[in-house]
Design a binder for this molecule. Structure first.
Ligand code: SIN
Length: 286
């Protein structure tokens, strides 16, 4: 059976006793799913996994969700369009992956669509000697610890999740610059959502850039969002992943945010990534 060891007080657990490249039985998948719902972010170390094996393992948790539009307008892995590449490496002057070497600011994946993915899986193939750590934050804790006046300010409110830019600040192909967040293209989501599987309430912020809370003036919305984001991303709600080659991370995209710190542009960082389709249609409104 697998072992599960907590990684940080707020969230994160290490899973031991599993080889992701080998066939995994149903009982083990059920145990991993239970650990994922409890700890929100899982890490499996020391894995050696091919793309088809990562796809097979990912599919055990639900239907694959292909990556959103990238700035270059075509899949990074034409033979596996359902897999994304996160990398700063260029071949023949062209990027082989997304997000470059700068900071990727706090976000949850693809919340600019109505049904964002429920899980992300990220496998490290090459890592820089330093920098490029990834942080996750627990949005159950963020919601539960909100001051009463902030809870009241967001009650029944929705916010726009802008589709224009990715978390590295790069415009997606086909989108125009946004000058007024109230007109940003992208899904409108409730600021507080009920997790479809656990039934717990969590803060659902998605992305700060060009966000706007319905029913407020732009200035009021900006002030409210600044408060919410500062609260939600405070260090005690987070876990820091210091990468090793062969780490596989799997996170619950419904109740976490993540960010990636910058690293040396001359170093190489390469990760392959899958995600699982969301189940928001089955959620009860919070
Ligand atoms: C991401 O933000 O999806 C990528 C995280 C990372 O590069 O570690």
């Amino acid at each position: 059976m697998i072992t599960v060891s907590k990684l940080a007080p707020a969230l994160g657990a290490e899973i031991g006793g599993i080889d992701v490249a080998a066939p995994v039985d149903d009982a083990t998948i059920a145990a991993i799913r239970a650990a994922w719902l409890e700890h929100l972010v899982l890490r499996v170390r020391g894995q050696s996994v091919t793309d088809p094996q990562l796809l097979e393992f990912s599919k055990r948790f639900g239907e694959l969700d292909p990556p959103g539009p990238n700035p270059y307008g075509k899949p990074f892995l034409p033979q596996h369009p359902e897999m994304n590449v996160i990398s700063n490496i260029k071949e023949g002057g062209a990027p082989i992956g997304n997000l470059g070497d700068g900071e990727a600011i706090w976000h949850a994946d693809m919340t600019y669509i109505d049904n964002p993915p429920k899980a992300g899986l990220l496998f490290s193939i090459e890592i820089p000697p330093k920098g490029g750590d990834t942080f996750w934050a627990n949005m159950y804790m963020a919601y539960e610890s909100l001051p009463t006046q902030l809870k009241a300010a967001i009650e029944g409110r929705t916010a726009v999740h802008d589709a224009t830019y990715n978390s590295a600040g790069i415009k997606r192909k086909g989108y125009k610059e946004v000058t007024d967040p109230r007109e940003a293209p992208g899904a409108r989501h409730a600021l507080v959502k009920m997790h479809p599987e656990t039934g717990r309430k969590c803060l659902f912020l998605g992305r700060r850039r060009n966000s706007y809370v319905s029913g407020y003036s732009l200035d009021e919305s900006e002030a409210l969002l600044d408060h919410l984001w500062a609260h939600a991303t405070q260090p005690e709600f987070t876990f820091r992943q210091e990468w090793r080659v062969g780490d596989l991370m799997m996170w619950d995209n419904r109740c976490t945010l993540h960010r990636r710190e910058a690293f040396d542009p001359n170093a190489r960082r390469l990760m392959h990534r899958t995600q699982i389709k969301g189940d928001w249609a089955t959620a009860t409104p919070a």
